[in-house]
Design a protein around this ligand. Structure first.
Ligand code: BTN
Length: 287
């Protein structure tokens, strides 16, 4: 706690605090808006990104609780006190074709930050669920506006279950998810209660800054994908691919391409590259 107070400078106003995590010399996390309770950091970050206020590249919105947290596929994301719920505004200086790799960078950054801070060995279920022991610990939501070249942005929403009430979260998932995944939290896995979410956030933002700077140098795309492959729990596995809740096909993941797409050998032996959708991972003989 004392360690945190050394670098945590808070300026109060009516609705939020501006948090200083000592990242002024960096771009990502230079400005952090901290709210106690809002509907959704994602929704607020998108509205900031679309206006001329609080929309600088690297701006972060973080909340203690969200009333209407949003998950992928417009699912509800339970966000009680005890998690890290944040959204990051990125105005990428990269071409449109590389936008998908922001999702890859976010996933490896979240995975590595959790592993470094907690000593857990989490892995990435494609495209960007962070799992431990086959249970979901964190999720990432990417919203983009890249059609209007004047106002291009990507908002990366990150939710990490640090010390949340798992039975409650499971209940809310079961009620709004066609393909429910089991959920866990960092504390549930390591049985300690001293993970500070702002220290985790600082670490995570540093990782994102690092990988984004690599991305600006063309030759590092492959390096980023190599790291993603090492952290992947999907590569080499038999999977079922769903689209809008319906089974599309199954097969074996042969590789991951340079923009994060799954190269799938379907059961009929055709090769398919998948860039979006939901998957479940099966045992090798389980069709
Ligand atoms: C997923 O479905 O796996 C993505 C979950 C993303 C949740 C985060 S929590 C912070 C941000 N605000 C939201 O409303 N959603 C994202």
């Amino acid at each position: 706690m004392l360690y945190l107070l050394c670098f945590l400078y808070i300026h109060m106003d009516q609705t939020h605090n501006n948090i200083d995590l000592g990242l002024q010399d960096l771009v990502i996390g230079k400005r952090i808006y901290h709210y106690k309770k809002i509907k959704s950091t994602q929704q607020l970050a998108i509205s900031f990104a679309e206006t001329n206020i609080n929309n600088e590249h690297g701006t972060v919105i973080v909340a203690d609780e969200q009333d209407e947290g949003i998950g992928r596929g417009k699912k509800k994301w339970a966000s009680p006190i005890g998690g890290l719920w944040m959204s990051l505004i990125i105005k990428p200086r990269i071409e449109f074709a590389k936008v998908n790799i922001i999702s890859v960078i976010s996933a490896i950054s979240v995975c590595e930050a959790i592993n470094d801070i907690s000593q857990l060995k989490t892995s990435i279920k494609w495209p960007n669920d962070i799992l431990i022991n086959e249970k979901k610990l964190a999720g990432i939501l990417i919203d983009t506006n890249t059609n209007n070249s004047k106002n291009d942005y990507i908002v990366v929403g990150i939710g990490i279950n640090i010390d949340v009430d798992i039975p409650k979260i499971n209940l809310s998932i079961a009620s709004n998810n066609i393909l429910p995944t089991k959920v866990t939290s960092i504390h549930n896995e390591i049985k300690v209660t001293n993970i500070d979410r702002f220290i985790l956030m600082k670490h995570l933002l540093g990782k994102i800054e690092f990988y984004l700077s690599l991305l600006e140098h063309d030759k590092y795309d492959t390096k980023i994908i190599e790291i993603y492959k090492k952290l992947s729990n999907t590569l080499g596995k038999r999977i079922i691919v769903y689209h809008e809740g319906l089974k599309k096909y199954s097969g074996i993941v042969k590789d991951i391409d340079n923009s994060g797409g799954l190269i799938l050998e379907r059961d009929d032996k055709l090769l398919e590259i998948i860039y979006s959708g939901e998957i479940t991972i099966r045992e090798q003989n389980d069709r």
